[in-house]
Design a protein around this ligand. Sequence first.
Ligand SMILES: *Cc1c(COP(=O)(O)O)cnc(C)c1O
Length: 506
Amino acid sequence: MQSLFDQVCSETSGDMDPEAFRHYGHLIVDWIAGYLSDIRSYPVLSQSTPGSICQALPRQAPVQPEAMETILADFGRVLLPGITHWNSAGFMGYFGLTGSGPSILAEMLDASLNVTRMLWRTSPAATELEQVTLDWLRQMLGLPEPLFGMLHHNSAILTALAAAREALNLQIRQRGMAGRREVARLRVYASQEAHSSVEKAMIALGLGLEGLCKIKTDQEFRLDVEALEEAINEDLARGWRPCAVVATVGTTSTTSIDPVPQIAALCQRYKLWLHVDAAYAGVAAIVPSKRWVLAGCEQADSLTVNPHKWLFTSFGCSVLFTRRPEIVKETFSLTPAYLQNADRAPDLMDYDLFLPHRIPALKLWMVMRYFGQEGLAARIEEHCRLARLLALWVDNTPDMERLAPVNLSVVCFRIHPPGIDDELTLELLNERVMNRVNAAGHFFLSHSKIRGKFILRIAIGNIRTTERDVRGIWEAILAARQAEVCLLRTNRAGNQFGIKRKINLP
Ligand SMILES: *Cc1c(COP(=O)(O)O)cnc(C)c1O
């Protein structure tokens, strides 16, 4: 009898046979092409109930090989209904974003090569393509040289703040912080509207949530620079050691843009590391008339821009630019004996907490070449136009209220019928309108809270979203509003709209 080992090794390889690969590869590419062209026919928000996908999958791991047909059939039958279609033209929640055609194709190639770029020699093209592509991006964004860029899977705020901490020369990398009387508690500053990843980085770096000082914002949700300077001085007086400021260009709730030039001047005066989080909004600087969004960022020590947000590149493509790569390297460089080498070339693993895997620059390179600077700018500009159009509709509708300036492609508003001013009622009404629109499946929008007010938030940013889709979601909101306001007025006389407990849609 043949052993399992002989069975596997008697084939040409242990992997899928090349002809089978070609066959299923074509099937999958055909499916993807159809998926992308029929994307509007999928319910944007998955209608699964919790646990339903788990239940539909076998609890036992597969013992015998299974046919690709069966596996692909389960992909369609079990998994697809559990997918929220971020790639849909109707997806306008959180941030609209896209895995575009060239990006998907690049991912296939990247997966086929499956390299790590930890060392230059483990794939010289991976390291060098990244350097060139990110320098193209730097030029497109109008940022001055020299600027070292590296791609990360997520926004690399942890890397940035670790470098900021190392720049204090307290030898924390070597000696840690705990139990050292000569090391004051470190403070990082960011606005109240900064992304939660800043807080997560504080947790991970042992700086603690208390180490983050949240600075109030002005009427347009921008960091208040005077309050920042006051906070720094107060901290100095009380024995804290100010370390870094995180400015946000395009906050997650309202896309407000902190006054980076003034913040940069302050950072220079107090010798603080300035990190700019431009995860979503940074790429807008590709549009010549929007270049102002990155004003002052040339002075930042580090800067995050996410092509996987609004540059039509699939997830796993966030850039950390820095003017001080030597500090990042001092923070993280650690080479075990088996990775030491004499190549006179940069090893990207020296600039990251993790060993950098795959070639994320490949998809960015293909996207940038396929659309070109002009094509990218035109698409971003069109999204901004659609947002302005939507804002105009909101402004011209009597019981709608817009709650933030439309800086780029996000519109924040709420339904506010005359005579209803109770915040809890307004929240419930808006939430129910949002849920009703999302349940219908054609569109998806999300919410946020600003200054205690529940807002509806429409983010335009998918490459396939057109004026027709924006009009569609607007009409869906109007219809849902009609239904919910009607319900509210009838219920109100009776039980005050069931405010005490959240009532479910009948
Ligand atoms: C989306 C976003 C992030 C998080 O980005 P990831 O790449 O998902 O980690 C951080 N900051 C801001 C301002 C964002 O909008």
